[in-house]
Design a protein around this ligand. Sequence first.
Ligand SMILES: O=C(O)CCC(=O)C(=O)O
Ligand SMILES: [Fe+2]
Length: 564
Amino acid sequence: MKRSDDSEREKRRKRRRLIQELGEQRIPYLSPTDPGYQDLWDSSYAGLALRQSGTLPDGLHEKVQSALITLQRRGCLLRDLVRVRDRDVFTAVSRALVGQPGYTYRYLDTRLFTIPWHCEGEEGQKDEKEKHCCDSDLRDACKALWELNQFFCSDVQQTNVRGVKRCRSDTENSEDTPGEGTCEESVKDRLLEKQEEEEEEDSGQGCSHSSPPSSAPPPAISSLVQFNVTLINYMDPTAMTQLKEEPYYGMGKMAVGWHHDENLVPLSPVAVYSYSCPAEPKNEEVTEKDGEGQSKEQETETEGEGTSKEEQKEEGEGLGKEEVEKEKVCWRVGLKVAWDIHTPGLALPLQSGDCYYMTDDLNRTHQHCVLAGDTARFSSTHRVVQCCTGTLDYIQKRCSEALENLHTNTEKNTKSLSSLLPSTLQCIEDIHNEVEFEWLRQYWFQGRRYARFCSWWTKPMEQMEKDWKEMERMTQLLLAVVEDENTTQENRREIADILLNALTDRQQHRQTWRDRCQSSLAQTLPLEEAPVDRPYWSNDDPDMPLPFDLSDIINRVESLLWRM
Ligand SMILES: O=C(O)CCC(=O)C(=O)O
Ligand SMILES: [Fe+2]
């Protein structure tokens, strides 16, 4: 649901006031050197586990690290232009999705499409086109990430969390005395409630579409973990001028703000490989975008926390200096219990090569953020994404389902709708909108970035566009039925209603995507990354069954409904 600008403004105003009220006070959080750290971990963050760098299989680090550098060098890692509470923002981190061929992952109104990973023994089995979607360099890189994925799949289930080392040797002291002074509960309570309320809205768990029953297997149980994608993150803090301070605990600069991971299979774990590299690897393809190229004026997203520049300034003010200094050289993951202001937060430092797991319902009951260190850093975050409506297979089946209702008379060379059953028509118009807005426009909005280094999605997207065009034809046929005054069709009114709703939705969504494509932030992108508003056609394009702008047709159907 779209919320009005007014209520957005009001929310931001309240939040700003609460942050001002909180002033210099911060909620306590513990780091490994603080007394009580280990106890806090055991009691309140038990779903978190650390797999230290030195305990990974031989050779895996080298493979994975060189794979990550390859992805960066080849220009595969890009900042996403996401939507946070109706506003366009760039993610502070650059990202790419690698995973099962044909899978996608949706976060913050953005559907990422996988660069397929290639698994062992696959060569020779796949048909030619799949085998050569990327060059051998990228194929090797993706294969290394698949190997890491295999390791995580078996490790995360063997490691019934307690088996993994929780911490380093610097936590002997287990006295339970949270480091910082008391704070005014009332202010914090309200602040936290506000914060949670806002964040929850951004973190819909589970499937967001009410689609027909899917053939997907039941949710993974913890004994059988199959991570199906990894979202790769990269950030060089020295190139970023706009990192936000962590506002509630004073943990320091955030690369990724507080959030729950979205769209995962409930209770599924997340496994993260962390690689801090001393120097920024050169990006061959997009030299323009490096360093200074990242405009200082751009706002950056911190998932679920989109705040204005003024707020960022205010949040930074009043921070105790020594709090900012704490552990500042090391990258860390921050954790907090959701809906709870009494439990101190936890900051887990990550040495290069360290991995951590979020298991059980940690992702649901807690939020996490990423705190920037001094060096550039990659992470590979392996997930079991909810894929009931997110695979190419799924959407192709949906398209076929819709097109079944299009009957071609080969003799007369005419087309007609086989069934005019309202439920069938409703389903077809839903599919039409789904394929246009969840797939075609999502794909093209991210520009030509995929096709640049991997051709896997090119053909399927072309086919999908053809199918979608057939659906435009079907809507045109439906319009003709509704407008035929002489029809004996008894449920004409019901059909007109269905059509009107679908067209109104379509018109609105087309406008939203046009706005996203034309936003001032979108204009800052280099040509090959710039959003493409596709499909787009002029209203009198003879090749297209219906105009792009549906307002005339919507008016026609509306007035027709009045007269019925
Ligand atoms: O980089 C990390 O350690 C975690 C990143 C993260 O939370 C995410 O991508 O959702
Ligand atoms: Fe996350």
